[in-house]
Design a binder for this molecule. Structure first.
Ligand code: 13P
Ligand code: SF4
Length: 398
């Protein structure tokens, strides 16, 4: 549903409401479908600025705003953006930042939609979260349609399994799914804390429903010693997810059929080639990679783990990395005394992270400097209240 009130457009994606200012005549009614994240056109002049002009205009706007503004940047952001980040990190660190720091009135979040939502939920009421490009989503998050997950939960309930299952959502999901977890004794995890969060989930109930990333769920289940034959995949297009009741009853973890299009590109063959070329090479990958890749690597972890592991390694170390290429290229530049390269020889950027272009950042901060808030991301109160319960549980897990 799209509504226009004064110069604010409010529209629904799944169970969530987004808003931004807009001129009435440019409302595209086709955006009424769920899961379409939409960004209004920004003034043409921003696209004709050179990188240096943009940099200077962002600097001037930031100077005007001073400590009222903080810019957060996820590790996958391009250099043109990360240069402006006051704080960079993985999705866990960025959510911790939002939960703990209340000095800035405006948080400009250079990352994707679900990260900005989490920042809005965890930040204080006087803080406003702005996402420079509202269409910066995440294809994996979109694979878990809130209605489909709710239907899955209802099916589990109807066969008597919901009361013995803890719902666990990966941070890469809509706020309404975090709320579903909050309401049903569940929790959120990130790639930083998936093993302790899953342990917490098993302390509550004997089975876990994990969404949307089957690979992070499977890799974490294996770390906890759960055998593969006690894991099932839930395909939302099939009754009972394509499983028999017996399979569900004996499962310890039900994995939603979702994946990351960036991380599923990495293969064991690429690892073998890297090892053949550099026998002393180390392989580090993100746990969103498929199980075979994670098992063939030397280590795996969040984007922060990957950055720290390479930065802390001795000079002369060699690293082949299975994660998004903007981070890998930055690590290669920041560690000139080491060999660092992406496992995938064909560049694999996250196309949705890439939607945060400096022109949008410039537009957002210049508007703020003029006292105008654009691209303000607001999670509806009721959704935020339940989602915060699941996020707070995560932040408390050690
Ligand atoms: P991190 O939590 O490791 O930053 O990962 C987020 C993500 O989207 C990886 O694809
Ligand atoms: Fe989503 Fe994959 Fe991009 Fe991460 S890398 S934001 S999981 S599409």
């Amino acid at each position: 549903m799209v509504q226009v009130k004064d110069d604010i457009i409010v529209w629904q994606t799944g169970n969530e409401v987004c808003q931004q200012d807009i001129e009435l005549e440019t409302v595209p009614l086709s955006q009424e479908s769920a899961f379409v994240l939409w960004q209004k056109d920004i003034p043409e002049e921003y696209w004709s600025l050179t990188a240096d002009e943009m940099k200077e205009r962002i600097r001037i706007a930031r100077e005007k705003l001073g400590s009222r503004l903080v810019v957060l940047g996820h590790h996958y952001q391009r250099e043109d953006i990360i240069q402006f980040a006051d704080f960079k990190g993985d999705s866990f660190r960025l959510s911790q930042w939002a939960a703990e720091r209340d000095e800035a009135e405006f948080i400009v979040f250079c990352g994707v939609h679900f990260m900005a939502e989490a920042a809005d939920i965890l930040s204080k009421p006087h803080q406003k979260v702005l996402l420079p490009n509202m269409s910066a989503g995440c294809s994996m998050s979109d694979m878990a349609n809130p209605d489909d997950v709710l239907y899955c939960w209802e099916q589990l309930d109807s066969v008597g399994l919901a009361s013995t299952t803890t719902p666990v959502t990966y941070m890469n999901s809509t706020a309404s799914l975090k709320a579903l977890c909050g309401q049903n004794g569940g929790i959120v995890c990130t790639s930083t804390n998936a093993p302790p969060v899953l342990k917490w989930a098993y302390e509550q109930r004997p089975r876990v429903l994990f969404f949307p990333d089957q690979h992070l769920g499977r890799n974490t289940g294996i770390k906890l010693g759960i055998p593969l034959d006690e894991m099932v995949v839930w395909d939302p297009r099939q009754p009972l997810g394509g499983n028999t009741l017996e399979q569900l009853e004996r499962s310890r973890i039900i994995l939603w059929r979702g994946w990351c299009s960036v991380h599923t590109r990495f293969s064991v063959e690429q690892i073998n080639q890297a090892r053949a070329k550099y026998p002393d090479i180390k392989i580090v990958v993100h746990p969103e990679c498929v199980m075979e890749v994670v098992q063939a690597a030397d280590c795996n972890g969040s984007t922060e783990f990957i950055a720290r592991t390479i930065t802390d390694s001795p000079p002369g170390s060699k690293w082949a990395v299975g994660t998004e290429v903007n981070l890998v290229s930055r690590l290669a530049r920041e560690n000139p005394d080491k060999l660092v390269f992406c496992l995938d020889p064909v560049v694999c950027p996250c196309s949705t992270m890439y939607r945060i272009h400096p022109a949008y950042l410039c537009w957002v901060v210049e508007n703020l400097a003029e006292g105008k808030i654009v691209n303000h991301l607001v999670v509806p109160e009721e959704t935020a209240r339940w989602a915060k319960i699941a996020l707070d549980r995560m932040l408390e897990v050690r």
